[in-house]
Design a protein around this ligand. Structure first.
Ligand SMILES: [Zn+2]
Length: 440
């Protein structure tokens, strides 16, 4: 009897220790569930209630979309249209420029998804060797040639070349690349990767209702990358864009194979095992959903990646060529959309008659700029940055006008929203390039 009592005591102590360990691990996420995220949700709703539709100063329409995303064509994604399209619709995207990992050194286009699906443009492209390329035509690229000549070949025949993963080394003085990532979700995630546990625990506890805030936990301002972008722009025009780097691959999923087996798929879309359905499968698997999965635990769904950060491009009308041309022209800004939808945000210069004479991405003579102006659908903090230096800050405004003297230089805007008493970056525009009267 005594022995049995001792055994019970030991088990009770072990259970208690286990509960304490679980509580310690989950305490931060539980706190977020009961306090932080409901508060953020409330503050975000209060911000959304302040929406005021800005007047249209810029003639072209703002189309928003995702650059740099992966589908089944990539070795590390299983993404199919049935998953991609509903997510894109929910995120209100107009376009997706894919960046699938090339399968061969000879890389032919178009391939994979490449068309207009339910009014959403999907353009095929490749991510390889630090580049994302969209040739915009039927062509076979040879990745064995020197990178410089490949970039030149693509851009000179009407295609798009972006530098991706800009935390890594690139040939910054290459004359032909057109744009670079100034934000990439995966780049931002790198400093979290060493200690994934808190992120996973938070996803288990808050993944259903507050996944958008859970993903925001990774956010850090990419100050080094932004500083690099500013410095490059002083000798060469390089457009800033945002990358979702969506893969929908940080998951545990299972599906039935044609042979009646069960394939378990883990992180990076790798097969963990193919097994006969056993007790585990009977317990966990349900009827396959319309995308074929019978079990899903997903961290980075397409929707949450698509809705995290977007690139807005101003075009006369929506077509893949217009998106590409206006992106290359810099008629674009990026916005963290899970905070607030940025459609309506505009940044431009006006002449003495208050007429718009240049928009973000344009070059304009110094004498022609009367005012640098911006409008926002929500009250924000505007920060005007000239050649990498903040030269003006204005708080809690829908409309911003720079009162100082406009000298030659590159002027870009950052807009911040206030949540939890903190100023959080929401919009980064491309610069307006103001040049001296005797230049060009
Ligand atoms: Zn990628």
């Amino acid at each position: 009897m005594k022995l049995l009592r001792k055994l019970f005591q030991l088990i009770a102590i072990l259970v208690l220790i286990l509960i304490v360990v679980v509580l310690i691990y989950s305490a931060p996420s539980l706190w977020r569930k009961i306090y932080t995220y409901p508060k953020l949700e409330k503050e975000r709703n209060e911000l959304h209630a302040k929406y005021k539709k800005p007047s249209n100063y810029i003639q072209q329409t703002d189309y928003k979309g995702v650059l740099h995303a992966h589908s089944y064509w990539s070795h590390d994604s299983r993404g199919i249209l049935k998953e991609i399209l509903p997510a894109a619709k929910k995120a209100e995207l107009d376009f997706i420029f894919l960046s699938d990992h090339a399968r061969y050194q000879l890389d032919s286009f178009p391939r994979g998804y490449h068309s207009i699906y339910d009014n959403i443009i999907i353009e095929s492209g490749t991510e390889k060797s630090g580049l994302m390329v969209s040739p915009m035509k039927s062509v076979t690229l040879n990745w064995d040639q020197p990178k410089d000549s490949l970039i030149k070949q693509i851009t000179q025949s009407g295609g798009l070349v972006l530098y991706v993963h800009t935390e890594e080394k690139h040939e910054w003085d290459n004359p032909d690349y057109q744009a670079m990532e100034i934000y990439n979700i995966h780049t931002d995630f790198l400093d979290e990767e060493d200690d994934l546990m808190p992120f996973v625990v938070n996803s288990v506890i808050n993944g259903h209702k507050y996944k958008h805030w859970g993903m925001r936990e990774i956010f850090d301002e990419q100050k080094i990358i932004l500083a690099r972008w500013d410095s490059i722009n002083q000798f060469k025009k390089v457009v800033g864009m945002a990358a979702s780097d969506a893969h929908n691959n940080q998951n545990i999923r299972a599906r039935y194979t044609k042979e009646g087996m069960v394939e378990w798929v883990g992180p990076n879309a790798k097969t963990i095992s193919i097994v006969e359905p056993g007790w585990k499968e009977k317990l966990l698997l349900t009827e396959p959903d319309e995308t074929g999965w019978a079990f899903k635990f997903e961290l980075d769904t397409y929707f949450h990646s698509f809705n995290f950060v977007n690139t807005h491009v101003f075009c006369d009308s929506l077509s893949n060529i217009n998106i590409k041309d206006n992106l290359v022209a810099g008629h674009a800004f990026i916005a963290f959309e899970s905070l607030a939808n940025a459609k309506g945000f505009q940044y431009f210069s006006t002449d003495t008659k208050q007429e718009v004479n240049a928009i973000m991405g344009d070059s304009i003579q110094v004498g022609s700029v009367n005012t640098l102006k911006a409008v926002s659908p929500f009250p924000v903090r505007f920060e005007l940055i000239r050649n990498g230096e903040v030269i003006d800050v204005a708080d809690n405004l829908y409309t911003y006008e720079y009162k100082g003297e406009v000298r030659p230089g590159n002027y870009r805007l950052e807009a911040y929203i206030n949540l939890k008493g903190e100023q959080i970056p929401w919009v980064y525009t491309n610069p307006i390039y103001v040049y001296r009267n005797d230049q060009y």
